[in-house]
Design a protein around this ligand. Structure first.
Ligand code: HEC
Ligand code: HEC
Ligand code: HEC
Ligand code: HEC
Ligand code: HEC
Ligand code: HEC
Length: 341
């Protein structure tokens, strides 16, 4: 039965290919046989295409739980939205995209597809340095429209993995009360790019100082790709092979575990203090971890700085690995600020 289905889908697929090759868009091969061979250079077992597709299929990019159906979300959560808004400074390009005209992240989000019908199609759709953040986002460090370093192929990741403007983010020296406006207040889940460069949070002064925007992990060529796509692995699983350039072999993986524990504890201490102060709620639905979420209310500037920094560390999802020194400083300084009598 399984084999029959396989056979039928192959016949169907070969049929589709032949039809396409004969159709007006089959520019690659108008005579059936050559076209098929050309198509099979990718659409076949054992090709680079098949290998990447198998990896991609188990990645969060493929299995993602959320795919946008409108508004500014499309710029990062749908292929069409991303391609329409490469400059990331205006929502105009995606405003006209209908909900039915959008599809989830796939090969064509990041690669040219069916342009030359050969390996040059694997060129990336975006490689420019990201010098303007989404809608001129201002972070709590007073950076107006953050300019990222040049991370080569990793620039593509930064187009989506950057903070989003949720409004009313206090600067480090803000004194006026702050209205969060939403229980989803925070930098959103894409804050990794900013954190890598010691940015994105409210860099309040305190006992611990903040690292430079170029040192430590921010100095890694291709950044995200070196750690999450080493050897072109599209599953996004972290590879520890590259760590030995700077860490002792085997050491980095142990350090990750220790750091995650340390940051987890600090983060929960901060959340607990803010819940006691009445500005965050314990997320009782998440019984495994019991994280905290912001209340939609007006609070003191210092409380808001703490809440925002909590969300930066939580939504970065790496428990400090993206920038250990930065996240340590952010959390410790926030704890001191909100517990100061
Ligand atoms: C250089 C590699 C490459 C070659 C050569 C190639 N394709 Fe594709 N094809 C792709 C990629 C990449 C996708 C997108 C798959 C995805 O997003 O899951 C695709 C998707 C498709 C699809 C699914 C519909 C769609 O557009 O997503 C069809 C049908 C298809 N190709 C037919 C062909 C035919 C016919 C040929 C030969 C004329 C051909 N392909 C040659 C890479 C290639
Ligand atoms: C078009 C926008 C976009 C681009 C470009 C993009 N990402 Fe993502 N990425 C996402 C979204 C959206 C998710 C979350 C999917 C979900 O859960 O719905 C995600 C999830 C991830 C995850 C989480 C994996 C997990 O296990 O939870 C990693 C790691 C990641 N991306 C790395 C990268 C890297 C590396 C690049 C650059 C090669 C990249 N991303 C480019 C939008 C993007
Ligand atoms: C600047 C790019 C960007 C924009 C704009 C954006 N997102 Fe995201 N979003 C991401 C990235 C990147 C992730 C995944 C990061 C990760 O896996 O940790 C994500 C994750 C999510 C998740 C969590 C998915 C999961 O698997 O847990 C939800 C839900 C979500 N976004 C909803 C939205 C909505 C709704 C909007 C519009 C109001 C929006 N996003 C706009 C980049 C963006
Ligand atoms: C989120 C963006 C993203 C998505 C989605 C994506 N790729 Fe890639 N792909 C990349 C990046 C970035 C590289 C280069 C990695 C590097 O610099 O080492 C790459 C490299 C490749 C290469 C190697 C190209 C070469 O010149 O050697 C192939 C083949 C490839 N991808 C196929 C695919 C296929 C097939 C899909 C869909 C199943 C896909 N990719 C989806 C970002 C993406
Ligand atoms: C020094 C290596 C390194 C660099 C550089 C790096 N990451 Fe990570 N990242 C990790 C590690 C380690 C983790 C935590 C363990 C894990 O998820 O496997 C992680 C976690 C994540 C997660 C959360 C995954 C999950 O399971 O929820 C996302 C999303 C992510 N990284 C995206 C990025 C993006 C985007 C960039 C570039 C801006 C980047 N990372 C740069 C090593 C790195
Ligand atoms: C370009 C050099 C470089 C590479 C490559 C690198 N690191 Fe690091 N790492 C550093 C530096 C420098 C620090 C200390 C300063 C800081 O906080 O960024 C550090 C700190 C750390 C820490 C915190 C240790 C502690 O307790 O303070 C962890 C965990 C870590 N790295 C994990 C990794 C992992 C995992 C990889 C590979 C996936 C990796 N690093 C690759 C330079 C590097």
């Amino acid at each position: 039965m399984k084999n029959l289905i396989k056979l039928l889908s192959f016949v169907f697929f070969a049929g589709t290919i032949l039809m396409s090759c004969e159709g007006p868009e089959g520019t690659a091969g108008t005579d059936g046989m050559d076209g098929t061979a050309e198509c099979m250079a990718c659409h076949n077992e054992g090709t680079a295409f098949a290998a990447k597709e198998a990896q991609f299929d188990v990645s969060a990019h493929s299995l993602g739980t959320y795919f946008s159906r409108g508004g500014q979300c499309a710029g990062c959560h749908s292929t069409e939205g991303f391609l329409a808004r490469m400059d990331f400074t205006s929502i105009n390009e995606i405003d006209g995209l209908g909900q039915d005209n959008q599809s989830p992240i796939a090969c064509r989000t990041c690669h040219n597809v069916h342009l030359a019908y050969d390996e040059t199609d694997w060129a990336l759709t975006f490689t420019d340095q990201v010098t303007e953040t989404i809608f001129g986002y201002e972070d709590g460090d007073g950076h107006e429209s953050y300019s990222f370093g040049d991370y080569g192929n990793g620039n593509m990741c930064l187009q989506c993995h950057q903070a989003r403007d949720r409004g009313n983010v206090p600067t480090a020296t803000e004194t006026a009360d702050v209205t969060t406006g939403s229980t989803h207040w925070g930098p959103h889940y894409g804050v990794q790019g900013n954190v890598l460069q010691a940015s994105g949070g409210v860099n309040i002064l305190g006992d611990l100082s903040y690292p430079s925007t170029t040192g430590g992990h921010a100095g890694i060529d291709d950044a995200c790709i070196s750690c999450h796509m080493s050897g072109g692995n599209h599953s996004l699983e972290v590879s520890y092979d590259g760590c030995i350039t700077c860490h002792t072999a085997g050491d980095a993986e142990d350090k990750v575990e220790d750091l995650e524990e340390e940051i987890h504890d600090l983060l929960f201490d901060l959340g607990k203090e803010l819940a006691i102060a009445g500005v965050m709620t314990a997320d009782v639905e998440d019984t495994d971890t019991v994280g905290y979420e912001p209340k939609n209310m007006t609070m003191t500037a210092d409380q808001a700085k703490g809440v925002y920094n909590y969300m930066v560390v939580y939504q970065d999802h790496s428990y400090g690995v993206h920038n250990p020194t930065y996240i340590r400083a952010l959390l410790n300084n926030s704890l001191d600020l909100v517990t100061a009598k």
